[in-house]
Design a protein around this ligand. Structure first.
Ligand SMILES: [Zn+2]
Length: 429
């Protein structure tokens, strides 16, 4: 067992349904045995109760739960920074040529390693990962994630039209390849499978039917929705019988409480109602939405309709894997929306980067906060000595103020250590 002592902060509550300050909690120590949190309390109390346990002091900065990224593309880790294009041009010119390279298994292996090490270095310990169009590349990702102990949900990306031909699969091969991958990887340790049509723009009704058949196996579902106005218009043209974009998925039974749909920047009220009714979640990807000029996310409308929202980095359209940067950008977007925006507090930002993702992924009984019984997945954010963040933390009034300064200023360089089920994921700085 180990007793971790420091400034330990999490959001066991939900700042969107009550007073945000009540959602935040702080403690001085956690007792961890075999990767699981066994007790929580003040240092004095826990040392009194467990006098023989070794103490690991985390002096300076804050210890927060491992971040949960609800939307990120592993094949795009080498394709960040393609600026100046709207979604469909960016896909064609920047993302998809890179994704084609993962047909080469050795290339996919290298990319999977870079991607997962990047998540760890950014303090992300759980993620819903948009996969590759190639099944062997998925074996590489799952295998490498298992080695690192990360909590990864992912799946083969399915498309049978519109994209470049080398990225297309037929509904028949999609079914057999996905079923094989589910057998090999779903519910194996911390790995789970997600059925992943790229978007209904590139997936015919036959392909979406295959997705529905695969969902019968108890796996997850993820895709894109309502990201860009040109994309939405094309989808409407391809599905003349559908009421709206969400309906292209709903008609096939793909909108459930195990569904996470990325973006939803331009939803109709009817779509928000259906998302809420089915308990599906939306992955909000702020830096991606800004980089591609997709639009300003209507968070208030989602919350008003009772739709669960989590945070995604959407690398490679997003500007990096570090979730606090996404949280800050989410805050900026709500400020820019003026009266239509939902002003976010530091408690909202921490919740979005941690527990909101755990809830969207159905993992909140295991991760997302530091409740007793949960896995010890944690990030120690301690500022680089001499940094502006260090100066600001030295002048923070209280923990909430310290959190605000961390969200404003922290970078992956301030990730001093990461734990995955109690095992340090990198050498402490
Ligand atoms: Zn995406």
């Amino acid at each position: 067992m180990t007793l971790y002592a420091g400034t330990i902060v999490d959001t066991p509550g939900d700042p969107f349904t009550g007073d945000p300050d009540d959602a935040l909690a702080q403690t001085g120590a956690l007792l961890v045995r075999e990767g699981v949190i066994r007790a929580r309390g003040s240092v004095a109390d826990l040392r009194g109760e467990y006098p023989d346990e070794p103490v690991t002091r985390l002096d300076g900065g804050l210890l927060v739960p491992g971040f949960v990224d609800s939307h990120v593309h592993f094949p795009q880790i080498r394709a960040i920074g393609g600026l100046g294009m709207p979604l469909l041009d960016w896909l064609e010119q920047c993302a998809l040529p890179e994704e084609s390279k993962l047909a080469d298994r050795a290339y996919a292996r290298a990319v999977a390693g870079e991607f997962l090490d990047g998540l760890l270095a950014s303090g992300t310990t759980s993620a819903l990962v948009f996969g590759s169009h190639f099944a062997p590349a998925m074996d590489e990702l799952f295998g490498a994630a298992e080695q690192r102990g990360l909590n990864i949900t992912s799946g083969l990306v399915l498309s049978d039209r519109i994209l470049r031909p080398d990225l297309l699969n037929s509904p028949e091969t999609a079914l057999t390849d996905s079923a094989d991958l589910i057998l090999r990887w779903h519910d194996r340790g911390r790995l789970r499978y997600a059925v992943t049509p790229r978007f209904s723009l590139s997936a015919s009704d036959d392909m979406l039917d295959v997705c529905a058949q695969l969902l019968g196996k108890g796996v997850w579902f993820t895709s894109h929705i309502n990201e860009n106005v040109a994309e939405i218009a094309q989808v409407a043209g391809l599905f003349p019988g559908a009421r709206n974009y969400l309906d292209t998925y709903r008609r096939h039974g793909l909108v459930t409480e195990r569904s996470v749909l990325a973006h939803n920047v331009h939803p109709a009220d009817a779509e928000l109602e259906v998302l809420a009714e089915h308990g599906a979640s939306v992955a909000h990807c702020p830096t991606s939405n800004c980089a591609l000029g997709s639009g300003l996310f209507p968070l208030r409308r989602h919350v008003q309709h009772g739709v669960r929202v989590a945070l995604g980095s959407d690398v490679g359209a997003g500007a990096g894997l570090f979730l606090p940067k996404e949280a800050l950008q989410a805050y900026f977007i709500q400020q820019l929306l003026g009266p239509d925006g939902l002003p976010l507090t530091p408690a909202h930002l921490l919740y979005l980067a941690t527990r909101a993702g755990a809830r969207a992924l159905g993992l909140d009984d295991r991760v997302g906060d530091f409740a007793v019984g949960k896995d010890f997945d944690a990030v120690w954010l301690r500022p680089v000595p001499g940094s502006t963040l260090e100066v600001n933390l030295n002048h923070a009034r209280d923990t909430t103020d310290a959190l605000a300064r961390i969200f404003a200023l922290a970078t992956p360089a301030d990730v001093a250590d990461v734990w995955i089920r109690g095992v340090s994921g990198r050498a402490p700085r």
